[in-house]
Design a protein around this ligand. Structure first.
Ligand code: DC
Length: 218
């Protein structure tokens, strides 16, 4: 049986997060940013916590707050969103994401975000592994150059130092790592709707997704 989940998978900086937030805000749906769980894993591992301790921290001490514009992540009340969005944590998250033990420990945490109400879940393997039974699956992509440009602007707006050639190289390296790994590689689910947003605004992508949602859920 299909469940009330909308999965949005795709490579880094393809606009998955913005689309997921856009849809969640328009329709009042719940949201799961699975990348942030992998980033949290990297963040806590840097603090030398074990896998079990990390899972406990995520379950008990992490709070996800959705504002209209962004998703804020709090650890024991402290906003750690900027730290989690750094390129260093992104690289580590991609590295740990290739490990079966890490993916297994995050599986039930992700699955538990679904409580029967419509959930928008974004990541790499939402439609292929975690929510295989989702009613609507979207695979969002864009060229590496366009994605590097978007990430450049995002990081600059956060006041972080950025170097465009290094950013593009990082994105390409992470694409390769995420799509060539053995477990849960980044690939479109067979029953997903493919959207290439290279030449589209967020508004245009949202409008396509809105039509798909109306067809499936409303
Ligand atoms: O979506 P993001 O850039 O925040 O994700 C950071 C890294 O986490 C990404 O490079 C790979 C990993 N990840 C994953 O392996 N599976 C997911 N469902 C989400 C993220």
């Amino acid at each position: 049986m299909k469940i009330n989940v909308i999965t949005i998978d795709g490579p880094s900086a393809s606009g998955k997060g913005a689309l997921a937030l856009g849809i969640a805000n328009i329709f009042g749906f719940k949201i799961l940013d699975s990348g942030s769980l992998y980033r949290l894993f990297a963040y806590f591992l840097k603090m030398k916590l074990s896998s079990n301790e990390i899972a406990d921290q995520i379950k008990m001490n992490i709070e996800f707050n959705k504002s209209n514009e962004k998703l804020i992540i709090l650890h024991e009340g402290k906003d750690i969103t900027s730290e989690l969005r750094s390129e260093e944590i992104a690289k580590l998250a991609s590295e740990y994401g290739s490990k079966k033990t890490v993916r297994d420990s995050l599986y039930s945490i992700q699955r538990n975000f679904y409580d029967g109400n419509i959930l928008v879940a974004d990541g790499r393997d939402m439609g292929t592994v975690v929510f295989k039974d989702a009613k609507l699956k979207i695979f969002l992509t864009a060229s590496p150059e366009e994605r590097a440009k978007r990430r450049y602007i995002e990081l600059q707006n956060r006041g972080q130092e950025v170097n465009m050639p290094a950013l593009l190289a990082d994105i390409k390296e992470r694409d390769l790592k995420d799509s060539s790994r053995e477990i849960s590689p980044l690939i479109p689910a067979e029953d997903s709707h493919l959207i290439d947003s290279s030449n589209m605004s967020l508004k245009e992508v949202c409008s396509i997704a809105k039509n798909l949602i109306k067809k499936e859920f409303i």
